[in-house]
Design a protein around this ligand. Structure first.
Ligand code: AMP
Length: 629
């Protein structure tokens, strides 16, 4: 079937379409109803069906492909490679599930996973899924405050961590960060399960609470843990993401709809099937890691490669070497990573046999034309931009080489994915924007399978954050977009205070709160400023309370505080200490004007500005240069 036929089917007859797609996965009990939509925008797909993500990702391949590689973990940090066949993965998951079971983990319990991008982290996720427990993976680059916020929202009974991660050859101990987070949190888990990689010889262990996985597994090597079947709409996992407030939102996903959407997209979008190899360079802590490092490839019986390390070490050919060594068919990465590689000699790419590689997908942030053009000509393979969000779990806009590859338009992630009814809405009128006119990209509910079901523990926040922006009940992506005459959509950036740093989504409010927690700071504004490599970087403007502390010391302490509380991903690139911040007469910070000035653009409409002197302050500070960063 062509994309056009499939897409039309998916929107004209969603129930018929999805009932057919549901056959792509194993059901313990088949669904009784394809869609229940009695309480819009809440919807339930595959109602009454019982299934399990771990069964679909692992057990169901045991008969046909036990000795095929399932997961490969390549670490250029530790120098170790771990290759797990489906048979070995099944064993490891059972052992891990038994250890969790012995710690009291069962159906519906939350388990926070705070680990580097390793095979062990994927095994931990699958073990939770096997037990019907709800995992919440927290990106290993986040620091203790971020971890504590997520613990307090998810209220886990167990936290799984590694002793340490590694970055650029440096050991980064995780356990002290976990201990600090548990001290800060109001709902610390009963147990911390430590997967000891023997990277940190001084890993601190608290008696009675902390459990060494290598000790705990000793009595569980032969364990057979039965799969816990879940109704299709029960929660599978929570993944936190940044929004406009300082408090991250727990994106909740179901079981059946998610599995079906992944199975479908593995074929139609990523064009990877049983026995084929997919390499996604994302981290397990992000949504791409969940969908296309762990669940997607495994559900279809493919091999998935997990890479821990820099794209440039030991040399800038490392990803291409991995592609050649394992016969990777589809590579999935981010524009930032390609911009990093673009600075290197193109011959690094030519030294490896990339004949098996068919497609390069890039997502997570806008793909600029020079980067797309460079990598396409260097590789000689199609480069496909795809747009999605943590909330959606799988692409919203993409081209579909697994069906028929429509022409690529540089700068656009393409056409609506199957099952998505997309519109572009004029923000002021709430009506549909005309072709080539800017508006907000929205999804007409019911959201297709795979998308979030709600905000964990907070249906009201789900409604307020996503469905309250227009006169009609529509899911707002909070992204500006235009659609051209051919239906190709171009994404023009966020409508809210979320910024995108190297494909990582950060809330400027979270960084502002962290900076403002410095005792010397009166007020802080954080904006995302264009950066050649990372897309955007956080830039801080802060005013100080009266006192005698030095400006330079205060500024560098603010930067340290952000790194300590939120992690290196949120590190401000530049910090400017000023005497006043530009505000409206009603006291609202003019972040857009600040951002424009920092990007040497026109600050825009200043009619509401309270004190024009504040803008001169900012201009002078920018000219003078940052006080830290
Ligand atoms: P995240 O939830 O971290 O995946 O971030 C989602 C946000 O990243 C979206 O709302 C967009 O602002 C941005 N984004 C993701 N993919 C793309 C893309 N292909 N082009 C432009 N922006 C993108």
């Amino acid at each position: 079937m062509t994309y056009d036929d499939m897409y039309r089917w998916s929107t004209d007859d969603p129930e018929g379409f999805w009932a057919e797609q549901a056959r792509r996965i194993d059901w313990h009990v088949p669904p009784q109803r394809t869609l229940e939509y009695e309480r819009p925008p809440f919807r339930r797909w595959f109602v009454g069906g019982q299934t399990n993500l771990c069964h679909n990702a692992v057990d169901r391949h045991l008969d046909e492909r036990p000795d095929q590689l399932a997961l490969v973990g390549v670490s250029t940090e530790t120098g170790l490679t771990r290759e797990l066949t489906y048979r070995v993965l099944h064993r490891e998951v059972n052992v891990f599930a038994q250890v969790l079971c012995n710690l009291g983990v069962g159906k519906g319990d939350r388990v926070v996973i705070y680990m580097p991008h390793t095979v062990e982290a994927a095994v931990a996720m699958l073990a939770c899924a096997r037990l019907g427990a709800i995992h919440s993976v927290v990106f290993g680059g986040f620091a203790s405050h971020n971890l504590a916020l997520r613990i307090d929202d998810a209220k886990p009974c167990v936290l799984i961590c590694a002793d340490a991660g590694m970055r650029s050859g440096k050991v980064i101990p995780y356990k002290p960060l976990v201990d600090a987070a548990l001290e800060e949190s109001r709902f610390p888990p009963q147990h911390v399960l430590v997967v000891n990689r023997r990277l940190d010889p001084a890993v601190p262990m608290t008696r009675g609470r902390d459990v060494d996985f290598s000790v705990a597994r000793a009595g569980c090597e032969d364990a057979d843990v039965p799969v816990t079947w879940l109704e299709s709409n029960e929660p599978s996992y929570i993944l936190y993401t940044s929004g406009t407030t300082g408090k991250p939102k727990g994106v909740q996903r179901d079981v059946g709809g998610y599995a079906v959407a992944l199975a479908l997209s593995m074929q139609t979008v990523y064009d990877v099937g049983p026995g084929q190899v997919m390499f996604s360079t994302s981290d397990i802590g992000w949504v791409v890691g969940h969908s296309y490092n762990v669940y997607g490839p495994l559900i279809v019986g493919a091999t998935s490669i997990l890479y821990e390390g820099l794209p440039t070490a030991p040399d800038p050919g490392i990803w291409w070497k991995i592609c050649a060594d394992y016969g990777v068919r589809t590579l999935f990465s981010s524009p930032t990573a390609i911009r990093v590689l673009k600075k290197q000699d193109v011959t690094w790419l030519k030294r490896h046999d990339l004949s098996a590689l068919s497609w390069l997908f890039l997502a997570g942030e806008p793909l600029d034309e020079p980067t797309a053009a460079w990598i396409e000509s260097a590789l000689g393979k199609p480069v496909i931009d795809n747009y999605w969000q943590t909330e959606t779990g799988w692409p919203v806009l993409t081209l579909q080489p697994g069906l028929d590859l429509k022409p690529v338009k540089l700068g656009s992630p393409g056409l609506p994915n199957l099952g998505y009814r997309l519109r572009v809405i004029d923000e002021m009128t709430g009506n549909d924007a005309a072709p080539n006119e800017k508006g907000v990209l929205v999804i007409e509910p019911p959201l297709p399978p795979g998308c979030m079901t709600t905000v964990w523990g907070n249906d009201d926040r789900f409604l307020a954050s996503y469905f309250s922006h227009f006169k009609e009940l529509l899911y707002s992506s909070l992204d500006w977009a235009v659609r051209d005459d051919d239906g190709y959509t171009f994404i023009l950036g966020r409508t809210d205070d979320v910024i995108n740093v190297a494909g990582h989504r950060l809330g400027t409010r979270e960084i502002e709160e962290s900076v403002a927690s410095h005792p010397g700071v009166a007020e802080a504004a954080v904006v995302g400023v264009h950066d050649e490599v990372k897309g955007q970087v956080p830039v801080v403007f802060a005013t100080l309370k009266p006192g005698d502390g030095s400006v330079a010391t205060s500024a560098s302490e603010m930067g340290q505080r952000v790194v300590e509380q939120l992690g290196g991903v949120a590190r401000p690139a530049r910090i400017y200490v000023v005497n006043a911040l530009p505000k409206t007469r009603s006291g609202k910070l003019l972040r857009r004007s600040l951002q424009a000035l920092a990007e040497q653009r026109d600050p825009g409409d200043l009619s509401t500005l309270d004190d024009p002197g504040a803008l001169d302050e900012i201009r002078q500070a920018l000219e003078r240069g940052p006080d830290a960063g």
